[in-house]
Design a protein around this ligand. Sequence first.
Ligand code: WT7
Length: 650
Amino acid sequence: MIKEIFKPNPEFAKDARIKNMCEYQELQDEAMRDYEGFWGRYAKEKLEWIEPFTNVLDESDFPFVKWFEGGKLNVSTQCIDRHLGTRKNKAAILFEGDRGDKQTITYLDLYNNVNRFANLLKNEFGVKKGDRVVIYMPMIPEAAYAMLACARIGAIHSIVFGGFSAEALRDRIHDANAKVVITADGAYRKDKPYMLKPVVDEATKGESPVEKILVVERNNEKIEWHEGRDFSYNKLIKNQSNECDAEPMDAEDPLFLLYTSGSTGKPKGVQHNQAGYILWAQMTMEWVFDVKENDTYWCTADIGWITGHTYIVYGPLAMGATTVMFEGVPTYPDAGRAWKMVQDYKVNQFYTAPTAIRVLHKMGEHEPLKYDLSSLKVLGTVGEPIDPAAWKWYYEEVGGGRCPIVDTYWQTETGGHVISPLPGATPIKPGCATLPLPGIIAEILDKDGNKKEPHETGFMCIIRPWPAMIRGIWGDKERFVKSYFGDVKQNGRGVYFTGDGANYDEDGYITITGRTDDVINVSGHRMGTAEVEAALAKEDEVAEVAVVGKPHPIKGEGIFAYVVMKHSLKDSRFESYEAIEKELNEMIKKEIGNIALCDDIVFVPGLPKTRSGKIMRRILRSIAKGEEITQDISTLEDPSIVATIKSLVK
Ligand code: WT7
């Protein structure tokens, strides 16, 4: 299929950091010629070192790699202190609450707030370098202060998305053995208060490593208070000094953990370290969004996901940009909220997910026309492939046909973008993440490491370690090696495999085709089918369950569950299938959170299995999609089950 090509706007390209494909190619050639020289040059240029590094890359213990060894730095200094000279009064964060309350936080304010927060953690809570701190927060400035305060004193933060349930939070607290949780009483969503602290109470009930809980009072709803364990941020912060020495951190000390779903088992604590992560956060921020000194940049993600880490907090602040932080939802009070904010803040770069684009499109086809969106220069998308209808609407109605769309492909594990257009250089093809960024050596391979031919789908791999690469899974070295370097081998060495399928065209442009493992992508959020299955299996009437993804018009993928009950309805304790469905979704809410609710639950008498007992998910996926079954089913233990299941799926 030949795709339409959109060339960069020459006016924009003139001042872009990377101005054309020749410049792109030169950078990529430099990296290929002298990989360490390339990265060493940027690490010197972009970062302020307390002590210089002595070695760029050590791969001797691959896939456990070390970047910039010998170097010492502090990430909070990168994001704050070094801007004070020239940007003291520049807005670092423009905050807008759900209900329209606004705050401008300058770089100097940020410095004061982060230092106070760091002192609080250090002096009142005894948090030390290397301690794990769980952050379970709404989208309020204190969440960013908390992250940067941890970075300042060398504590390792682990943010848990505020939509996760108490059980999910408990698992993450225990896995990281965190002794402190930072939370808020609650926050506002669609003009209504919601609560977070009670979830933390629930998650820390009984045996827990958590000694202290810091509560930011945001909505002042009544909450339970456990003397000696719970502390008010609003009270304690008043006594803290504005000065807190930044801990000199080794380049490879951990910076944060972020739990994400895998194809099997429990979520994994993806570990990112100091120097490589912050370097790539800044470089990609500069290249991909091309933010200029007086620009205002807005990413609509939540800090609970990697996009919020890298492209709301660390990336923008490392480059000294102004970043918008929004507590609410872009569709409240109406479909114009996001566009009104773009107009009011004169947003120049707007970064969101295809799901949000589809919702906004559906709610207001011509809504963007009611607002002055002329400030926009670059539009970004992330999280899942963007479909042509959403792309076209985003490009024309939102961008006025003037703004390049950077379709950024990356993952929690990559730390920052890896495949993406450069807005001033790359001719864009809709739905296509285009080319690897300079310094990223990405290829589409088969499992033996052979390069696929154009238009053949293969495994999306990254051949050489890059600075922001995942450094490990917390507490599980073996799982790290197996999860990412176990499937594809090249010359006897494991190659980093993303878990995604992809193909490239005659121009080398890469199109991501989606996950090849048992991970589904719901509204740009990653969900392991194994996790959802484990939650459903907790209901004792459930004998067996299999979960697959099914295309969904808004969410990209929806969750489709096949459930086998232990007893017939009349022998069970339920009155109707609706009641079981309700109960099962309650179970998911409790075990994971609302983000994992099932779109479809189908009760079936059995699952298609091989004679060795393996569930054939491929068949279940096809049935969920309403596709014809083309694979051979004669080897199944009971081939007739396929027709039975098909007849039960509407
Ligand atoms: C998975 C990573 C990266 C931040 C948000 C999600 C999918 C991500 C794209 C894109 C097609 C994409 C992949 C990837 N994905 N960006 N531009 N085009 N697919 O982070 O939760 O770690 O999920 O999201 O499947 O593996 P994540």
